[in-house]
Design a protein around this ligand. Structure first.
Ligand SMILES: Cc1cc2nc3c(=O)[nH]c(=O)nc-3n(C[C@H](O)[C@H](O)[C@H](O)COP(=O)(O)O)c2cc1C
Length: 462
């Protein structure tokens, strides 16, 4: 039985096949589709010996091999967030590179293998680096740093999330964070990565500095837009001036186009932020230090990742109406700093349509469901992604489904077909068991990864 797919008007996908030249790196990406960051949950984990956490595994390498394997696969493959501390992490099973990690040994060889596997057919591989700040879960560590000492209220989520207590970062903390991100870029470059992306969206630490709602500082890192952007600019300048980062290394940033909370970032502020960052020194004559800005939105508490808004119903992309306000800050196409958009895009028609506003289109959950999706769309074999059953459609359940599918790919399987009613029912039953086990595990931290399937599933695409 063929998979059920999203509807798409018939369109010529030639615009998606157009290459793009990045500046300042000078690198060429061969098409306009990229696989966006999704934390894989596949790296090594140890509850107590924290330095043993976050090493890529054979499953991590297999996952990236699959995303890179087709002749016309994604132009760019972004990794899931790579944390810069062993115990201030976004999720158990994230990959980790800290200041303690020299570019040698098992961890480093794991990153080398991922880069090789992802690049086998010409995709560029970009490592996304991140720090959770006050979004750190309290069962992982009870205290953390943030721009200010604002603790998040517990989220009434399926996992009953409680958050660590933050203190406002000192100058020493900020210097350490900047040095850690710069070190990660040097490490990734040495491992054969084509670039690094700073995760400054979704309410994580760098987004906490950028957002007036979370940043109440009165020093050089708070207040005006240029002060709030300072930490990001310092990291970018550190990367660009490092003798251990090649000149053709791609530097990118994932930014929120908007936050959906009282006092949160507005699209107008995001426009000013993008303009400020782009005007900062960092790459000589050519201006801003970033090759591309990826626009997303929301925070962990309020993701905004729904198809409810009117413009989204028409154009699929969650944040396209905000992107329209922000992109002009970077100039008309062909602009120096390229802009990509991620979130909600499912049909070839919406992908091609988004190129009227931005330069490239990111796919998250569809890439976990169908590792061959870019190739199949660019070669005209399909015109949209698989449409999951309704119960698996929202970001919360969709995240767990995508995590499970990434785990299946890592094991050499094909992902389950989420458009299939029985497969969805079985996944939800396993998810309920997984949820109970996670709750029982609490701060023992012995469980890692996403939902494990108890019944064999029919592979997608059959
Ligand atoms: C399983 C999963 C893990 C994710 N992990 C990350 C991450 O590590 N970094 C990040 O910036 N966004 C992460 N996201 C958000 C995605 O990058 C993307 O913004 C979101 O899924 C919306 O895109 P989509 O509708 O194409 O899935 C994750 C999403 C999923 C589903």
């Amino acid at each position: 039985m063929p998979s059920n797919r999203w509807k798409s008007e018939l369109v010529d996908v030639a615009p998606l096949r157009e290459p793009l030249v990045f500046r300042p790196s000078g690198r060429v990406v061969r098409n306009r589709l990229f696989k966006t960051a999704m934390t894989e949950g596949l790296a090594s984990w140890s509850p107590r010996d924290i330095s043993q956490r976050g090493m890529p595994t054979a499953a991590s390498v297999e996952l990236y091999r699959r995303w890179g394997e087709e002749a016309n696969t994604f132009g760019i493959i972004e990794t899931g967030n790579i944390d810069i501390e062993y115990d201030q992490i976004n999720a158990i099973g994230d990959m980790i590179i800290t200041l303690n990690d020299a570019p040698s040994g098992t961890r480093f060889e794991g990153f080398v293998s991922i880069a090789k596997a992802a690049k086998a057919n010409g995709a560029l591989i970009i490592g996304q680096t991140a720090h959770p700040g006050n979004q750190l879960h309290a069962h992982i560590r009870s205290n953390t740093i943030s721009a200010s000492d604002i603790q998040l209220v517990p989220k009434k989520g399926p996992l009953g999330e409680f958050y660590a207590k933050p203190r406002a970062a000192t100058q020493d903390d900020i210097d350490h964070i900047v040095a850690s991100f710069v070190h990660a870029a040097e490490y990734l470059a040495a491992a054969g990565f084509d670039g690094m992306q700073l995760h400054a969206a979704h309410g994580y630490l760098l987004a906490q500095f950028l957002s007036g709602r979370m940043n109440r500082r009165t020093d050089a890192y708070g207040g005006s837009i240029s002060n709030r952007a300072r930490i990001v600019v310092e990291i970018a300048q550190g990367v660009r001036s490092s003798p251990r980062v090649p000149k053709d290394f791609i530097l990118a940033i994932k930014l929120n186009s908007v936050e959906f909370q009282e006092g949160g970032l507005t699209a107008e502020e995001a426009r000013q932020l993008v303009a400020t960052i782009d005007a900062s020194e960092g790459s000589g004559e050519e201006g801003g230090p970033f090759d591309y800005v990826e626009l997303s939105g929301g925070t962990w508490h309020s993701t905004g990742m729904t198809w409810d808004r009117e413009s989204t119903r028409r154009r699929e992309a969650f944040f396209i109406e905000f992107a329209e306000k922000i992109v002009p800050a970077l100039g008309q196409s062909p602009r120096k700093t390229k802009v990509f958009i991620t979130g909600g895009i499912r049909s070839a028609a919406a992908m091609v349509g988004a190129l009227d506003v931005v330069d490239g289109v990111g796919l998250g959950r569809p890439a976990a469901q169908e590792p061959r999706i870019a190739n199949d769309i660019l070669e005209g074999r399909i015109t949209s992604s698989i449409k999951p059953q309704k119960a698996l459609e929202d970001i919360s359940m969709g995240l767990r489904l995508a995590g499970t599918q990434m785990g299946q790919i890592g094991k050499g399987e094909e992902p389950l077909d989420a458009s299939d009613e029985q497969a969805a029912r079985e996944f939800l039953a396993d998810e309920a068991k997984w949820h109970a086990a996670m709750m029982a595990d609490g701060d023992k931290l012995e469980l890692s990864g996403y939902v494990k399937l108890s019944t064999p599933q029919r592979p997608y695409g059959e």
